[in-house]
Design a protein around this ligand. Structure first.
Ligand code: SF4
Length: 460
């Protein structure tokens, strides 16, 4: 069941004068890949309804900000941008401003009522209603729809690819999460876990291949629990990967994100069996301490995690492993922090996303734990984690010197007009001298040097 709530109380807050560019939509996106994928769905829904996407904020009649609640500073950045967008009304009095995504429900009262920054608020499951919401707002009323759905997956919508390099694209395969990691706001902002029809995912992959794309990343908060029932059969994530890989051997498939408790041997064997299923697994550990993992409600131990890493390396030799780490979670002792550093050394991560903990409202941690690690200690621990990861990334890349990899060319290198960059199956970026083969094509590159972020090589 889905409701639209119209805010009629102060409906003539300001008259939205029709302007020439009133159907031009500018979308600004914050946060994870899932949010960027959602913005492409929003652009598609609005295009179907006669709106035009613009990359120039000054030519927009409607500005939509797709927001992220994961960290406090992401919310602050959005708030600042909304004040700037509001200032654009001086030159365009009819400008409409809308808030989408994870911040929508929790911040709607403050941003719409108290700060008067918004005309429209739509949560992650309300994007089909945007045309009606915009129509209503265009008449001078404000509108809110933040009800979460139990079945919305936008399966039938073909996203408009925004900021695309024409080579790689994201495909959302599920929405929501029910893992309730204690620090995480996603279960409250994105609702219950639901999987998308497998046939629609395969169709979207085929469509992208025909348009020249050569890499897709299947997205979900916890892709390993993907499950789609068709007739008597349950399609698991391993089954889905097999089907998507079968679209064309030249289409590379990646996925994010995996939960360590759910990554099965069956899935690993599926990855090992197909050349085009990329040999790179992102497996967020968050902490190397069992004390912290318990408080984080991660539902695995350090030992369970290490066992999964050993199995990955046994079943998929040469697979790269990346992770997410949080520094300074509630009650974290120096010993807990050292456990994280020792686990990083043991695993030898190829790459990591590292953050210091910031408490988010509407999470288990905010309700039941105390954010009691002083900022300077969080900063120091994060610094140590980042420093170690840089050493590990450098060592990982230096091991590749002398090897030859199949690289999918993505585009021109930022450093030089005469160089291309691309990625190998392990998701490592390689820079090499330009050849006849351009973006979307595969080249064999021999690695001749490495930094902690990049492989340097020559086409062979
Ligand atoms: S698995 Fe945990 S961290 Fe990931 S989205 Fe779900 S609750 Fe958040």
């Amino acid at each position: 069941m889905h409701f639209i709530l119209w805010l009629n109380g102060h409906q003539t807050r300001r008259q939205n004068t029709p302007v020439e560019n009133s159907k031009n939509i500018y979308i600004e996106t914050y946060g994870c890949q899932m949010n960027f994928s959602d913005s492409e769905i929003v652009a598609s829904i609005l295009k179907e309804n006669g709106y035009t996407y613009t990359e120039d904020v000054l030519s927009a009649g409607i500005i939509l900000v797709n927001t992220c609640s994961i960290r406090e500073n992401a919310e602050e950045r959005v708030r600042k941008r909304l004040h700037y967008f509001k200032s654009l009304r001086k030159r365009n009095p009819g400008l409409l401003i809308g808030l989408l995504g994870c911040m929508a429900d929790r911040t709607k009262t403050a941003l719409m009522e108290e700060e008067q920054l918004l005309d429209l608020v739509a949560g992650p499951d309300s994007y089909r209603h945007l045309p009606q919401l915009l129509e209503q707002v265009g008449t001078g009323r404000r509108a809110i729809d933040t009800i979460l759905s139990v079945d919305e997956t936008y399966a039938d919508i073909t996203p408009v690819r925004l900021d695309s390099n024409g080579v790689s694209a994201f495909i959302s395969i599920m929405r929501g999460c029910e893992n309730y990691c204690s620090y995480c706001v996603v279960p409250s902002t994105r609702g219950r876990e639901r999987s998308r029809d497998a046939a629609s995912i395969v169709r979207e992959t085929r469509d992208l291949f025909e348009k020249g794309y050569r890499e897709v990343t299947l997205l979900g908060q916890n892709v390993n629990s993907y499950s789609w029932k068709t007739g008597d059969r349950i399609i698991t994530f391993a089954d889905l990967l097999g089907q998507v890989a079968g679209v064309n051997p030249l289409m590379r498939i990646r996925f994010a994100t995996s939960h360590p408790k759910d990554i099965s041997d069956d899935l690993l064997r599926t990855i090992a069996a197909s050349h085009n299923l990329c040999k790179a697994i992102h497996l967020p550990v968050q902490s190397g301490s069992n004390h912290m993992l318990g408080l984080m409600n991660r539902k695995y131990t350090r030992e369970d995690y290490q066992e999964r890493i050993e199995t990955i390396r046994k079943i998929i030799p040469g697979c790269s492993v990346s992770t997410d780490i949080i520094a300074g979670f509630c009650d974290e002792t120096e010993e807990d922090h050292l456990d994280t550093l020792s686990l990083m050394n043991q695993v030898g991560y190829d790459a990591a996303f590292m953050f210091k903990y910031s408490e988010r409202p509407q999470t288990l941690a905010a309700d039941t734990l105390t954010d009691n690690i002083p900022e300077e200690i969080k900063d120091r621990r994060l610094r140590e984690i980042i420093d170690l990861q840089q050493q590990l990334s450098l060592a990982s890349n230096q091991k590749e010197v002398g090897k030859t990899f199949e690289i999918l060319v993505e585009g021109k290198s930022k450093r030089s007009e005469n160089q291309y960059f691309g990625r190998n199956s392990q998701n490592k970026v390689a820079v090499f001298t330009k050849t006849q083969s351009g973006p979307g094509e595969y080249v064999m590159v021999k690695i001749t040097g490495a930094t902690s972020a990049t492989l340097l090589g020559e086409v062979v």
